[in-house]
Design a protein. Sequence first.
Lengths: 202, 434
Amino acid sequence: MPRLSAQMVERARDMIALYPHARSALIPLLHLAQEQDGWVTPEAMEHIAELLDLTPAEVRGTATFYDMLFLEPTGKYLVSICTNIACLLNGAYELLEHAEEKLGVKAGATTPDGNFTIEEVECIALCGSAPCLAVNWRFFGNVSNDGFDHLVDELAAGRLEGDVPPHGTLCRVRRAVGLVGGAPHDAVVEPVQEHTPVEEQH
Amino acid sequence: MAVDVPQPIVTRRFGLHESWTLRTYLDNGGYDGLRKALAMSRDDLVENVKTASLLGRGGAGFPAGQKWSMLRKAEPVYLVVNGDESEPATFKDHQLMVTDPHQVVEGALICAFAVGAAQAFIFVRGEFALGLERMTQAVNEAYEYGAIGRDIFGSGWSIDLVVHPGAGAYICGEETALLESLEGKRGFPRIKPPYFPAAIGLYGAPTVVNNVETVSNLPWITLNSGDAFAAMGEGRSTGTRIFSLSGRVNRPGNYEVEMAKTTFRDLFYDERFGNGIRDGRELKAFIPGGASAPWFGADKVDMPLDQDEVGKAGSMLGSGSIVAMDDTTCMVRAAWRITRFFHHESCGQCTPCREGAGWVDKVMYRIEQGAGREEDLDLLLDVCDNIAPGLSWPPQQTTICVLGPSIPSSIVSAIRMFRDEFLVHIKEGACPFT
């Protein structure tokens, strides 16, 4: 399995430079690893640890907490179907069941050709168009069973590559400038002298 | 049902051609608020927001101006804008970031200037791929335009703004978990006290954390004055607010309406908003402020969208998401699905939440599946009582953050309001709605 490519390392270094402390770039870098390989490989995590001066265990410790980061391979298209309350009230489980039937695999599994992984997800904030889903985090709302079949057929035929890019939520995100406003690097934080507890917020 | 709809504030550019571009933004008053702010004193800016009585739009409803005034006197100060919108049925920040990202940037800059921040971050939920693109593109354009960076608009003030992606964890909407995540760690909420990041926040420095919709109001408030904002609404619930309406209504969507002057009934039935319940059905119950909020029965439909009124009635406006459930909705199933959500999203630090959520999820599920027992209802309430003793509102807390105490909301609401439905599931050994 590959480490991060030279091009990815360049993007990674640009990202690290945006933060007062390098470790803040850890999650963005994990997104880069997933963009490159479709999942976060052990080798990529070791490489990220080197780049951030962390241990591989620290990298893994963070990576395992987050739902978007996959520590094993997924299909080319990750189909994330929301079944939370707003979608539930609009037929989400019927859609999920239909999706499982159409693709021939259960939620959590990948089709044998490696094209599609279905997952059931929590609310993805498109509740005005329930039921909704995302494919590689590109959103589709008001999805009917027929609409789902059409979507899958188009994806399988390679006709939606402009709308649904490969893995990596940052794959089309490019920041044009570094820090120019004099942000504090390796900021030294003054020790706390004292503080008055304020009333608890609810 | 003839509620007045004032000129929108934060959604006023929705629907404009390429509303997310700098060109459209500038053609429609963009960055005028920042220009005005840079000519004002910091104290005046903070006072203006206090006058506006701008309550935080993220969920807790804490007054933004007060939050800014609580900063510990130390350098550096950071600003973090919370765009990790994950409360089920809330979809306003998503739309704000995708549709009008420059407004978020301008609001963040006004806040950063007012509090003297050294650097600002916009934490965008990782799933929002298009939101991340649009926010980053807006930041790129704003640097080029001179609104971010060195010597902004010739004022001598400089700042950098970084768009930061999350990676999928509801708990990171909790502000101390969000800061841990921004530091590259697991999203574990921090132990309180300190209660506010204003004392100890990002990298231990004093930090302001404000929601996307909250900062989106700042350009308008700066241009038009806090008094103009406070002239709308009533009491502490001033200005306008976006409500995310979903569920069994004909026209779900984000609607910006005047606080306190609009009722739940307006939102559900007015043809400009929900336009009634689907298929002419009856409203059965509704969630007034996100999955964490206790439910209201249809008898509460004439209550105004007023933070304090809803609080007094035993729930909250929370994140501004309102879910309509009708007479075809199985309340056991609805409550179970929300319970399962909390089980999935519990970070695992505190025993009552980690263990409690798992048990109530299992018990709710077996009732919904027709395998429940009558004593399960007392068992559920007992476990909920261990998570949030007293089952009152606002809830008592046995955990580091408010995720735990949010678990009982839907379960207790459903049992108290629809006990008969639970009993039918148990007696018939099946869900009567399927």
